[in-house]
Design a protein around this ligand. Sequence first.
Ligand SMILES: Cc1cc2nc3c(=O)[nH]c(=O)nc-3n(C[C@H](O)[C@H](O)[C@H](O)COP(=O)(O)O)c2cc1C
Length: 274
Amino acid sequence: MSLLAVDQEKCHRDGICAEVCPARIIEFKGNDAFPSLVDGGDKICISCGHCVAVCPYGAMSHTIMKPEECQSVNEDWLLGPEQVEHFLRYRRSIRNYKNEQVEQGTLTKLIDVARFAPSGHNFQPVKWLVIYDQDAVQRMAAFVIEWMRHLMKEDSPLVAAMHLNRVVSSWEEGNDPICRNAPHIIIAHAHKEDRTAPVACTIALTYLELAASSFDLGACWAGYFNAAATLWPPMQQELGLPEGNVNFGAMMVGYPKFKYHRLPLRNDAEILWR
Ligand SMILES: Cc1cc2nc3c(=O)[nH]c(=O)nc-3n(C[C@H](O)[C@H](O)[C@H](O)COP(=O)(O)O)c2cc1C
């Protein structure tokens, strides 16, 4: 069975599917021909679904993606530049959370948005680990502090670079500078050998952070957490990721305690034009 199936009743033979195909594996064998897969194309296809999504007539099907399974674009929901700018600038790192759990179904929906983030070759290498239990989140934060104390004992240059003395002191005063008392941590992980994974995980977590506010959730990158999970074997053991996988990013998630009313300023863009 071919990877692609063309509904000849619907196809207008406009060639758009072939033009957008990133792998260039759709051809027209003659003037009256319908689109077809080049020889060996099934081995090259990256299953991005562009051929299905771009066809205005719903004529193209892929074995793993039929047009009727792919939601139609809703033009009314597309945002203009001012709304997009406002939405992106409205995103904040949330470090104060209500003492309230988020339902697992809501976190699943949030991750379900993030999984549509782009990845090199459309490999989609990102896997997720949710540390759902708040006690477990706190246990992991304690591992991060243990790692920091280890670095302090070793006189590591990271201590000054990451202000670890202040972080550890704050922990000892009863604060949580690691996970900010967030009820949940969401980790993006992938196989350590996958070259597309670091960027894919970063983009997926960025999608997740941006999408959070639409669920009334707040999120914040857990950088200290991620550094310890990357570098501290006892923490890696506690995380228990699948064999061969490593974490590429972690995000605190919960219901925000406060609302922001203004969009803070940032440095001007430095742009070189060539
Ligand atoms: C990779 C990365 C790691 C971060 N790690 C932490 C962290 O461990 N703890 C924290 O409170 N904020 C962390 N942040 C949040 C930044 O401090 C924040 O993005 C910055 O201050 C700008 O604020 P804004 O996100 O509200 O625009 C991190 C951000 C990024 C992108």
